[in-house]
Design a protein around this ligand. Sequence first.
Ligand code: GLN
Length: 307
Amino acid sequence: MNNIDYQKIFLEITAELEGIDDVGEVASYIPELGKVNPSKLGIHLMTVDKTGYSLGDSNEKFSIQSIAKVLSLTLALKIMGKDMWCRVGVEPSGSAFNSLVQLENEKGIPRNPFINAGAIVVCDILVSCLQNPKVELLDFIRKTSGIDTVKYCPEVADSEKKTGYRNYALTYFMKSFGNIHNDVDVVLDLYFHLCSIEMTCKELTQTFLFLAYAGVNPITNVRVISPERSKRINSVMQMCGFYDEAGEFAFKTGLPGKSGVGGGIIAVHPGQFCIAVWSPKLNVNGNSYKGMKVLEALTSKTQSSIF
Ligand code: GLN
C-alpha cells in the first residue's frame, strides 16, 4: 500500500480551512436535520488493507441521507441485474437533486439512480421484489457494512414524510407515466427510511470499502457485488453523485463520490481507499461546503485523484 501519512495531511487541511466556517446552511427543509450542530467536522479514511485514519467528530452518528442511495442501488442491481436500466438511466442530470423538470420530456424515466426521482424508482423496484422491504434492506446494509447496529432513525423518516411534498409530487408524476408500480405511500415509506439511516464517518468507510476492493468488503471478506457491477456503481457515482455539481466535484477532487444533505460525503479510490467527511453546512447545490473543500485538498496534496 501507499505510505502516505493521512493523519498529518488531515491536520494540515483543517488548519488551512479554519477561516471558512461561516459559509453554507444546514438543511432545514427537513426540520429534524436542522437540529444538528453546524460546526461538526469528522473525517475518516480507510485503506483497502484496513488501516484507518480519523479526525474530529468521526465517531459521531449523523443522517447519511442520499449517501444511502448507493446501497439501495447496489441491492436493486443484485436482485434485478441490468434489466433495471430500462426504469432509470445512468446520465448526469445537470439539475437539482429534487428537480421535476426533466421527467416530463423523458416520460417519467429519471436520468440516474441518485437524484430523488431515480432513488424513488429504485425503492419501487425493491418494494416489488422484496417481501419485507424495510427489514430486508436494513439487513443487506448490515451485511454489507459488517455493522449489526446500523439502523433507521424514525424521527428523521417521520420529519421527511411530513414535509416531503416534492418527493410526493415526483412519485405521483412518475406513476402517471407508469414508472411506479406500487402504492405511492409504501414506496415513499421505504425511501424516507433509506434516507434516515445514521452512521459515523468510520462506519461509512467500512460500509463503502467494497467499492474500492472490486465488490468485496475486505474487513468481513463478504462479497457484496461482482467486480463488474462495483465498477458500474463507481461510474454512476463519478458522473451523478453530486447532482448539478458532479462536474465540479470531478474537476476539483477527481474521485467517484456521493453526497447527502446531512452534510456527509463518501469518496472512493478504487484499489486504494474509501474516505468519509461530515460537515453539516451545505452549499447552494445541497452538498457539504467544507466536505468538498477537504476532499479537493486531500487529492491535491496526495495526488490521489483517479485522473
Ligand atoms: N432525503 C432527502 C430528500 O429526499 C435526500 C436528499 C439528499 O440527500 N440530497 O430530499
